[in-house]
Design a protein around this ligand. Structure first.
Ligand code: PEP
Length: 259
């Protein structure tokens, strides 16, 4: 049976106190889930990371950062170095979230630098990819996804496969104005991604977990988790209440195990 992944990026929400309350509750509620089968991770704001890394058991909930500079140090005002994040024992580096790409103008070439830096510092690189509504309209979604993967992972050795995760997050599906992808559409694009990963890394590339994100909610999570090329759910708003996220995860696991 494949491993399932459940995680959330808290974006620019929750102060330190609220993040700790949330993480502590989520850790308690989900403590019984077998982590060899169900991987859980949360990506809080930078200001909460120190406290979270001190208090949260990363054998239960892995912690990550939402962004990182590719350089270790230097004249990069406002950026965070991989060394600074490594000091906190973080395990996951989220790179290329749609808001980084579309609000802050980050490019595929930057993603490539960041992926390589993250891997070289021992993080699991979680590369987010996804097409915009306009690109979908033009019928170039597959080309966009393939480009983001091929540039993002350019020059990355297949030896790193065990430390790479991909999140497919169609830009039009994310956030308050987003419409979730239908299960059919999600499966089609996850398949394109899986094939492209095999093209880039060889057959072993198929082992890279590919998570779906974009308006996942209790009404669609069970349909998404059973898709053959979906390895997990990367959840935003529907995950930010620990009790509700716990219920969503358990429902998804039950649905997956009963199919
Ligand atoms: C996201 O921002 O990555 C995300 C998946 O958000 P939401 O689930 O709220 O659409």
């Amino acid at each position: 049976m494949k491993k399932l992944y459940f995680g959330s990026n808290l974006k620019m929400y929750k102060n330190v106190h609220d993040t700790m309350e949330y993480l502590t509750k989520l850790q308690e509620l989900t403590a019984d889930l077998d982590r060899s089968r169900y991987e859980m991770f949360i990506i809080p704001s930078f200001t909460s990371l120190y406290c979270a890394s001190e208090k949260i058991d990363q054998n239960l909930i892995r912690l990550g950062a939402q962004n990182m500079c590719w350089e270790d140090q230097g004249q990069f005002t406002g950026e965070i170095s991989p060394l600074m994040l490594k000091e906190l024992n973080l395990q996951i580096m989220e790179l290329g979230h749609s808001e980084r790409r579309h609000v802050f103008g980050e490019t595929d070439q930057w993603m490539n630098l960041k992926v390589k830096a993250a891997l070289s510092h021992g993080f699991t690189a979680l590369l987010c990819i996804g097409e915009t509504d306009e690109q979908k309209e033009y019928g170039i979604s597959d080309e966009v996804l393939r480009t983001q993967l091929k540039i993002g992972f350019y020059g990355v050795s297949p030896e790193n496969i065990g430390n790479i995760w991909v999140a497919y997050e169609p830009v039009w599906a994310i956030g308050v104005n987003g419409k979730p992808a239908t299960p059919e559409y999600a499966q089609e694009k996850h398949h394109v991604i899986r094939e492209c990963l095999a093209e880039i890394f060889g057959e072993k590339g198929r082992e890279i977990p590919v998570l779906y994100g974009g308006s996942v909610n209790p009404g669609n999570s069970n349909q998404l988790i059973v898709l053959p090329d979906v390895d997990g759910l990367f959840v935003g708003r529907a995950a930010w209440d620990a009790e509700k996220f716990n219920v969503l995860i358990r429902d998804a696991i039950e649905t997956y195990n009963n199919q």
